[in-house]
Design a protein around this ligand. Structure first.
Ligand code: SF4
Length: 835
């Protein structure tokens, strides 16, 4: 059978072809799929080529179907029906051409500018940045954001004053094809482009930038079928159509106002931007880059520039800077006509963020890359906490504010502010009551937090609405800032417990009260004590409900990653309501001889097991001795992963006493990760020693720690990766106990043995961490490495089954599992490799 053409820029390998075909089928049948493709196997290009090939083919198919379905009168002669169809086709092409011609003009201008090496001489006069005294009164963020977005109604028009050039039939056809979308607003029909699109989401902007780099290589045929008679004098290339792509980002990445960007903190930048837009902020102090009615043309120019080329976030920010228009806000009108929108996790995963950006996922395709951490990310986004220190600071600020304004506050304002103080007092009462409590944490009922004096009289729902609508947090914070400056000539007191102290402390109270008012059933409240402060937190225990609206809205959802195994966890914990999922795990591009995988389950003294309960100093010494046998055969870098920083510290101390560290150091220089140390410096020094062609180096690191994710151990940086033990979480904490109980309760009635679901989850979590670490060793098709799993539990079938397919394949049945035999195999493996 002929291989399907996915317009891959290179000849795809078989595994890439299989990946793309499975993904294409998954999108076509509107399913959710989990795709695993190890690093170095061209995952990004597979995702791009498969999704965009589907998108363009789907558009063409829909176009053909729409043409075939055009109503013709029964008694109408054939030539008239054909004429009507031709007219529709022509209209479609005209629309595409108009837009494409504008984008092409932008590309041409940019090309010319590049050739003249004078790109910076843009014709738009940069508006002057107004002075900013940073002491504006503050207000409500949502109000502004919505106004700004909605006011930009020109984005939906076709450049002819908002009137469509097309007949009613053509307009209907365009709506069907997603080239136009009907929207009713204030009773009036409005035309809005909502192209069928792929939302591509990843964790960080640097991952998105890499993805954009790959996207720039891809060339695809157009979304409309070629002109059958070839007579059209098109100015647009009919064989290739550039992908209209847009990168969305946060203000931190896109803000171009230097008075705002100088604030380091993302929340502070958000707050300042909102402050600068308040109606109470005088004109000359407002942000001059904010799109307004007067700058609508500029916003349209920006949209065309944004879509004319595939751009990453920095590129988009510089387009905004050159045009003198805020790229954060001006990029919104480009969402509708884009075919591919790249965005970071928080913008996709939070409904409030999607709503603020005007993103609807309805009928579109969602691709989430680096999805191995997706469940954690959803849980973190929907969890909240407040510390006793923050509560005290919020109360202090409110009292200063009340002292000043009490007599000027109108009746209901005074009542509400007093109620806020009362609620804070109640939370503080609970927090301080825990000082003498036994243990370091526990669960709590929301009612316990609201048992303070007079709180039963407070309508929490009304109070939260009041805090929000009155902008109390910003007003108090703003006054306190001014007050502190005036009083002390110095910066206000900082919330030392809070790393994002530039956020008004009352905002944390506001967020916490919001959760308290409306906790989802899938979460629980906890308290914990550390040092001198108590923290109250709400934790989401189940990410599935918060992900469900994405799954329901989108046509298809693809979760992709280099290490998605064990996949069962996504089925059970994230998508339990789906009857079936597509799963795909591909092998590596390396030949089998480039990978050696072994377990060390025992040494001469018996089985080795490093569980939290059973491990002791003697086991730690045995680990060192095992490494002393293996290390002499390893060339380049030897990376040892341990289950926790606590264990790493135990190992360090024990080896020092027993001189094992010294013996290893004689073989190769030894480097240690540490809780508080600089990862960059350690990794740099290790990397230099591992790759200098000399003795190589040993790095002691932690599973799930700073060096296990995101750091590349390719080639000589990691020729041997040893994982000692299994990193099970400490399931004795109140949070873990609650989570596991929740998981088991959820499956009650399925007839499973008690505790099976929670045990499975913990093992899956543990093995995902192991798989992440060992996946660091092979990074490209010419790479080679050995992987050693040191613990007798690794030979259990249940654990082995959770390894990625490509690692499992390298496990010979009955593979050697004692130290001496594994050392022998490692020696043979390195012997066969060129020096
Ligand atoms: S409107 Fe844009 S440029 Fe102005 S402060 Fe806000 S994010 Fe920055």
């Amino acid at each position: 059978m002929a291989r399907k053409d996915f317009h891959h820029p290179f000849q795809p390998y078989d595994i890439q072809q299989q990946f793309m075909e499975t993904m294409y089928e998954c999108i076509e049948s509107g399913k959710v799929g989990i795709f695993e493709s190890p690093t170095g196997t061209g995952k990004s290009l597979s995702l791009i080529c498969s999704s965009l090939t589907w998108l363009r083919e789907h558009k063409r198919k829909t176009f053909d179907e729409a043409m075939a379905a055009i109503d013709v009168e029964e008694d109408e002669p054939d030539w008239m029906a054909e004429h009507a169809k031709d007219a529709r086709r022509q209209d479609m092409r005209q629309m595409r051409e108009e837009f494409e011609t504008r984008l092409q003009a932008v590309r041409d201008r940019e090309q010319k500018a590049r050739e003249r090496r004078a790109y910076n001489e843009h014709v738009y006069k940069r508006r002057k940045v107004a002075s900013d005294d940073a002491d504006e009164e503050v207000s409500n963020e949502e109000q502004y954001m919505l106004d700004d977005y909605e006011s930009d109604d020109e984005r939906t028009k076709t450049g002819n004053g908002g009137k469509s050039d097309y007949s009613a039939e053509t307009t209907k056809l365009m709506e069907r094809l997603g080239m136009l979308q009907s929207r009713k607003q204030d009773g009036a029909a409005e035309e809005d482009i909502d192209e069928l699109k792929i939302f591509f989401c990843s964790r960080t902007h640097s991952q998105l930038s890499q993805f954009v780099g790959e996207l720039q290589r891809v060339k695809l045929p157009p979304g409309l079928p070629p002109d059958s008679d070839g007579s059209a004098q098109s100015k647009v290339d009919s064989t290739v159509e550039a992908v209209r792509q847009l990168t969305l980002g946060s203000r931190k990445n896109l803000c171009i106002n230097p008075k705002v960007t100088k604030l380091r903190n993302q929340t502070a930048i958000n707050e300042r931007c909102v402050e600068l837009q308040q109606s109470s902020t005088s004109g000359e102090h407002k942000c001059p880059f904010l799109p307004t009615k007067e700058s609508e043309d500029l916003v349209l120019h920006f949209r065309d520039h944004a879509l004319a080329k595939v751009r990453d976030i920095e590129d988009l920010a510089s387009v905004g800077a050159k045009l003198g228009i805020c790229p954060y806000y001006a990029s919104r009108p480009a969402i509708g006509p884009a075919e591919m929108v790249t965005l970071p996790y928080p913008l996709l995963l939070q409904k409030s963020a999607r709503d603020a950006l005007g993103i609807s996922l309805k009928g579109h395709v969602v691709v989430i890359d680096e999805a191995h951490n997706l469940m954690n990310a959803i849980e973190a986004i929907h969890s909240t906490q407040i510390s006793e220190t923050q509560l005290k600071l919020a109360r202090e600020s409110l009292m200063v504010y009340l002292q000043k304004f009490r007599n000027r506050l109108k009746g209901s304002n005074r009542v509400y502010v007093t109620q806020v103080v009362r609620v804070i007092d109640s939370l503080l009462l609970f927090a301080s009551g825990l000082h003498g409590a036994a243990g370091t944490g526990g669960t709590l009922q929301p009612g316990q937090l609201l048992s303070g004096k007079g709180v039963d009289q407070v309508n929490l729902s009304k109070l939260v609405r009041y805090i929000n609508e009155s902008k109390l947090a910003r007003k108090v914070e703003s006054y306190i800032k001014n007050f502190s400056r005036a009083q002390n000539g110095a910066a206000p007191k900082k919330d030392v417990a809070n790393p994002v102290a530039d956020v008004p402390t009352l905002m944390h109270v506001q967020n916490f009260l919001l959760t308290l008012l409306n906790p989802s059933e899938e979460g629980r409240f906890f308290w914990s004590k550390e040092a001198k402060t108590t923290t109250i937190q709400y934790m989401l225990l189940d990410p599935s409900e918060h992900f469900r609206d994405i799954v329901q809205d989108a046509r298809a959802v693809i979760l992709a990653g280099g290490t998605m195994s064990p996949m069962e966890d996504y089925k059970q914990q994230l998508l339990p309501y789906l009857p079936s999922l597509t799963t795909f795990s591909c092998g590596h591009l390396i030949p089998p001889s480039n990978l050696l995988v072994r377990t060390i389950a025992a040494d001469n003294d018996g089985p080795l097991e490093f569980s939290y309960r059973s491990r002791n100093a003697a086991d730690i010494i045995r680990t060192g001795k095992a490494l002393l046998e293996v290390a002499p055969h390893v060339r380049g870098g030897l990376v040892v992963f341990l289950p926790s920083y606590g264990f790493l510290e135990q190992v360090s101390e024990c080896w020092r006493k027993q001189s094992i560290g010294v013996d290893l150091q004689k073989l190769k220089p030894l480097f240690w990760d540490s809780r508080g140390g600089s990862v960059e410096a350690t990794f740099r020094e290790y990397g230099e020693a591992a790759t200098d062609g000399g003795r190589g180096a040993i790095l002691l690191s932690v599973l799930g720690g700073k060096l296990s994710e995101g750091i590349n151990f390719s080639d000589d940086l990691g020729r041997c990766v040893v994982v000692v033990g299994l990193p099970f979480p400490n399931t004795e904490t109140p949070e873990w106990k609650a989570k596991l109980q929740y998981i088991d309760e959820k499956v009650t009635g399925r007839g499973e043995p008690k505790g099976k679901a929670s045990r499975e989850h913990v093992e899956n979590l543990c093995m995902r961490s192991v798989n992440q670490a060992i996946g660091r060793a092979i990074r490209h098709k010419g790479d080679w490495a050995s992987i050693i799993l040191m613990d007798s539990r690794y030979i259990q079938q249940r654990i082995l089954s959770k390894l990625p397919g490509w690692i499992k394949e390298s496990f010979p049945s009955g593979s050697a599992s004692t130290v001496d035999k594994v050392a022998e195999d490692v020696q043979g493996f390195f012997h066969a490799k060129p020096t």
